[in-house]
Every structure is written in C-alpha cells, then in structure tokens.
Design a protein around this ligand. Structure first.
Ligand code: SAH
Ligand code: SF4
Length: 411
C-alpha cells in the first residue's frame, strides 16, 4: 500500500488527492497471493514443496486469511506453522496493487487510480476503481481492461492508446483493495457484534463497469468473479454482481452459464444504423442477434432482469420516437432501463440531452412498465462514468457523485 493516509482520518475531508509520479513506480519482484483462485493457490503451494495431500487444507486456511480477514502479512496467518509462513514469505507477498491516487469525498464516494505492471518497469498501466456508497448498499465499479479496443464514439476509455487485459488476480485485487481502504474486513468489525446484528458490508455490490469490455476478457473476468462470489471468502453474491457489456454476443450465454451474474447491456440506440456509429461492435453483432442473446440469457426471470443502459445524447438518440421504439424493441424481455446522462470529455463530439427531454423519455419508458431510474435530480448532470476518471483526477463534484450513484445499478 503506497498511501500513508488512514481512512478514518481522511474520511471527513472533501478530497484527498495525491498523484504520484510514474517514475516512482517499481513493479513487484515476487508474485502476490492476493487475487489468486483456489487452484492457483494450490499450485503456488506446490512450488514451495507443500505435499499434495496437505494442499487442500492449506488452501482453505490461506483462503480465509486472504479473503475473510484481509491479512496483509504472513505473520498474521496464525493457523499456519511458522516454517510455512517463512517459506511463503520468501517466495510470495500479500501485496495489493499500487494506488497512484485516491480521492475521498465527504459523502464517502471514493476513487482510486491503480497502477499495474506494464511491459517494462518504467511504464506501468493505470486503471481506476470507484466506490459509491448508498443507504442500503455500497457499489464498487471494477475495471476489466486497461483501455478498451472497442471505440464507442461517446466513450473516453475507447480513445486510450494502451490496452491490455487485466489478470483475474488484478480484478479480484480491486475488491481486496477497496475492503482495505474502507476498513471492511471481518477483523475491522467491532467485537462483539453490534446489538442490531451483523454490520452490513460496505462493499456489498460489484458492477463490471469500469474500464474495458469484460466479455473481451472473458476467462479472467469469469475466474475473478468466481473468487469474489465464493461464500467462504469475499462472499459477494452473484445477484449483487452486474456485468456490463457493449454486446459481445457469443459470450453473453457463457456469462450466464459460467458466471451466473446479473447482466447489463449497453444498448444506446434502437436502430442498427445509429448503433453502428455509437457502438461500432454492432456491425459484428447487430441488434437482432444481441436481443436474441438477451432473451435467452440463462437464469433470466422477473426477479433477475437485464438492465439496458441508454446514454442520453442530445439530438442523436433521445427523441420520443426513440423512447417508443426502445420499449417495442425489448418487449417480452424482463428488463430495467437505466438512462445515463452523457458525460462529456475533452474532444467529445456529443452533448448531454436536456433534462426536460430526459424526463419525457423516461416517462414513456416508465409508462410502458419499466423501472427507468435517472437518479440525477437536476438536468445536465455530469456523469463521471466509471471508465472516464483516469484523466480527471480532480475532486469529484456533487453532480458527479449523484451521477455516479445513478450507475449503482444492482438491487
Ligand atoms: N465496456 C462495457 C462496460 C464499461 S462502460 C460496456 O460498454 O458496457 C459502462 C457504461 O458507461 C456503459 O453503458 C457505457 O456505454 C457507459 N459510458 C461510456 N462512456 C460514457 C459517457 N461519456 N457518458 C455516459 N455513459 C458512458
Ligand atoms: Fe469500451 Fe464500453 Fe467504452 Fe465501448 S463503452 S469503448 S465497450 S468501455
């Protein structure tokens, strides 16, 4: 952990910003166990000579220290022998990814800029992770790639030059890091438990809506989410995990079968002609195929709806005819519709729809029987969508915070 600030001390400040210069980054020399799956841990134990018959039990013990207790050093792992702890410490670490900058707002919204090893020691990659607290939940917006290959015309991430997939461990580590910074581990809880029962987890929900297209990094995202949902570890239920995709059709069914999380689809347009421009992936997987994949999403029901995301672009996709077409298009699919005010970025070619237009649009959707939360109470709110914070490390404005909350989609 590179930051010295204690969360308790900084929680009351409006913003804590410290962007460290790139040249101070040193890539780790030993692998970290943090973020590993059970299988990877068993292999790691094999490399330090733990006999096969013991591995299952040792994995179980280390799993608990890593993902329930949030252990930061091997000495804390008191259920392991001193010898094993020393052996592990020689070959591995429990290091978290490096935090290059952290911002904390008075309402508890936090944003971390995370450095990850790049191709060379001097050129780390950066991704971001955002925590959005709400009255009944706390949502962590997690990144799956550095940059994105897909170039949606309204999205800043798509303009970034560097692209690489995150490893499963780097995805899980974002959750671990958030629990560290928020004091959200079992050991941080008061003992005995408060009279009103177990304290709720601060990080209760995950949205894969940070940088990158999660279904273009399928295996790593799947493996990571399976670690995050493990009931003996981080324990965030799959009903509280939402994966957002721009429409990688072949991997939608796989996401249902192999991950079983909630699905959000970045629709943004109701005709192929317009969607081809806004979300160029539509040329490969047009609307009819995308909606078929949604209809057939494994586990879909009224209790497990798909969220359709629709970014409101002034004069582009926000007419009332568009709203009616949207309702027709998704007919029969158990769905929610999330209208997202467009968040402009330097050089972007769009404007956010007028608030009055968003309201009219939302009313049509609502009257057709869909929940259509636009939880930003005023017009022209600026959305600090996950995926766009990397370039803007100034403090979050009140508007951004409201808009970020609108992104906290999961129930
Ligand atoms: N790649 C995935 C997930 C990350 S983006 C996807 O596209 O679904 C998360 C959401 O933010 C998507 O719905 C995306 O379309 C939306 N988004 C991207 N840029 C935006 C912007 N400038 N304003 C508002 N929403 C944006
Ligand atoms: Fe990539 Fe999603 Fe941005 Fe499109 S909206 S460029 S898929 S991150």
């Amino acid at each position: 952990m590179s930051l010295t600030a204690d969360p308790a001390e900084t929680a009351a400040s409006t913003a804590f910003v410290e962007k460290r210069p790139l040249e101070r980054y040193v890539a780790p020399d030993k692998p970290s166990l943090v973020g590993m799956s059970r299988e990877a841990l068993a292999d790691a134990l094999g490399t330090v000579g733990v006999p096969e018959r013991q591995r299952r039990m040792r994995v179980q013990q280390i799993w608990h220290w890593l993902y329930v207790r949030g252990a930061q050093n091997f000495d804390a792992m008191t259920t392991l022998s001193k010898e094993l702890r020393a052996t592990l410490a020689q070959r591995f670490t429990l290091a978290r990814p490096d935090i290059a900058a952290e911002q904390i707002s008075v309402d508890g919204t936090r944003k971390w800029l995370i450095r990850l090893p790049g191709e060379t020691h001097t050129a780390p990659h950066e991704v971001e992770c955002v925590y959005i607290p709400d009255t009944d939940r706390g949502t962590l917006c997690v990144s799956s790639q550095v940059g994105c290959t897909l170039n949606c015309t309204f999205c800043h991430t798509g303009t970034q030059r560097l692209v690489r997939n995150l490893t499963a461990g780097e995805i899980v580590a974002q959750v671990v890091l958030a629990r560290d910074r928020l004091g959200d581990w079992n050991d941080d809880r008061p003992t005995p438990a408060p009279a009103d029962g177990e304290r709720r987890r601060l990080v209760s929900n995950i949205v894969m809506m940070g940088m990158g297209e999660p279904l273009y990094n399928f295996e790593a995202v799947r493996d990571a989410l399976n670690v995050v949902a493990d009931g003996e570890g981080l324990s965030i239920s799959k009903r509280r995990i939402t994966l957002s995709t721009s429409g990688v059709v072949p991997n939608i069914a796989r996401a249902g079968d192999e991950i079983g999380c909630m699905l959000a689809v970045s629709l943004h347009a109701v005709t192929d002609e317009l969607r081809n421009t806004l979300v160029p992936l539509n040329r490969k997987y047009p609307l009819a195929e995308l909606l078929d994949a949604c209809r057939n999403y494994p586990g879909l029901s009224n209790a497990r709806r798909i969220t359709f995301e629709y970014v409101m672009l002034k004069g582009i996709n926000d007419s009332l005819a568009d709203a009616k077409a949207l309702v027709r298009l998704i007919k029969g699919i158990p769905a929610k519709i999330n209208l997202i005010p467009f968040n402009p970025w330097p050089g972007s070619q769009y404007e956010c729809s007028d608030w009055s237009q968003i309201e009219k649009f939302s009313e049509i959707v609502f009257n057709a029987g869909y929940a259509s939360p636009v939880r930003t109470p005023r017009g022209r709110d600026i959305l600090a969508a996950c995926g766009q914070l990397k370039s803007a490390t100034e403090k979050l404005s009140a508007r951004e915070r409201l808009a970020l909350r609108a992104m906290a989609l999961t129930d």
